[in-house]
Write a protein that binds this ligand. Structure first.
Ligand SMILES: N[C@@H](CCC(=O)N[C@@H](CS)C(=O)NCC(=O)O)C(=O)O
Length: 202
C-alpha cells in the first residue's frame, strides 16, 4: 500500500496508525501547491479531491478520507487493538469519536490556517473550536486515551490535528490534559517513527 501524504498534515494520522499496527506502507509526498507527487505523478489523477491523504491499495484502487483510511489500515491488523471489531458497540463508539474529530476538530482548525482572517472571525472560530476541545479535556481528565486505557485510531487522529495548535497560534493553556495527552502520544516509539519518516521528529 502507498500513502500519499504531506508532512504534519492530516495524512499523519493514517501514517501513525500504520506504524502502530505494523502495517507496511510506502510513502509518497505530495506538493499540495503544484499537485505533483515526489515521483512526478499528477496527484489530481490519483485523488481528484486534490487533498491528502490518499491510500493506493494493493489492487491499484485508491481510498481517500482520513476516517476511512485509519479504519481500513487498523482493520488489517486486528490484534493491534487499535480499533474494535466491526459490528460491536465499541466500534460505533469509535466511529462517534472519529466523526467528532473529523467534523468538529479537524475542520474546526480550518479557518485558523487563514492568515488573512479578520480578528472577529478568528475569535469566533477559536471559540467554536474551544468548545469542542473542552469536551475532549473532560474525557482526558478521567482516562489516558479517548476511548479508555488503550491507544486507538481516534487518538492518532486527535494527536495529529491538535498538534497543529502552535502552527495556528492557538494557545493550549486552557487544556492541560490535552497537552499531557499530546506529550504522551508523541513519546510513543511508533509515533516517533512516523514523525521521523515525515521529517518532523524533534
Ligand atoms: N475530508 C478530508 C480532508 C483532508 C484535508 O483537509 N487535507 C488537507 C491537509 S490536512 C489538504 O490536503 N489540504 C490541501 C488542499 O485542500 O489543497 C479527509 O478527511 O481526508
Amino acid at each position: 500500500m502507498k500513502l500519499y501524504y504531506f508532512p504534519g498534515a492530516c495524512s499523519t494520522a493514517p501514517h501513525i496508525v500504520a506504524c502502530e499496527a505494523g502495517v507496511p506502507l510506502e510513502l509518497e509526498k505530495v506538493d499540495l501547491g503544484s499537485k505533483r507527487t515526489a515521483t512526478g505523478e499528477d496527484y489530481m489523477a490519483v485523488n481528484p479531491k486534490g487533498y491528502v491523504p490518499a491510500l493506493r491499495l494493493d489492487d491499484g484502487s485508491v481510498l481517500t478520507e482520513v476516517s476511512a483510511l485509519i479504519e481500513y489500515i487498523a482493520d488489517r491488523a486486528p490484534a493491534s487493538g487499535l480499533i474494535p471489531a466491526a459490528g460491536t458497540m465499541e466500534r460505533y463508539r469509535m466511529a462517534e469519536w472519529i466523526g467528532y474529530i473529523a467534523t468538529e476538530i479537524h475542520k474546526g482548525f480550518g479557518p485558523l490556517w487563514n492568515a488573512k482572517l479578520a480578528p472577529e472571525a478568528r475569535a469566533a472560530a477559536v471559540a467554536a473550536l474551544a468548545r469542542r476541545l473542552d469536551l475532549v479535556e473532560k474525557v482526558l481528565a478521567r482516562q489516558p486515551f479517548l476511548t479508555g486505557q488503550g491507544f486507538s485510531v481516534a487518538d492518532a487522529y486527535l494527536f495529529t490535528v491538535a498538534s497543529w495548535a502552535p502552527w495556528v497560534k492557538l494557545d493550549m493553556a486552557p487544556w492541560p490534559k490535552l497537552r499531557d495527552f499530546l506529550a504522551r502520544v508523541a513519546a510513543r516509539p511508533k509515533v516517533q517513527e512516523a514523525l521521523e519518516a515525515e521529517g518532523l521528529a524533534e
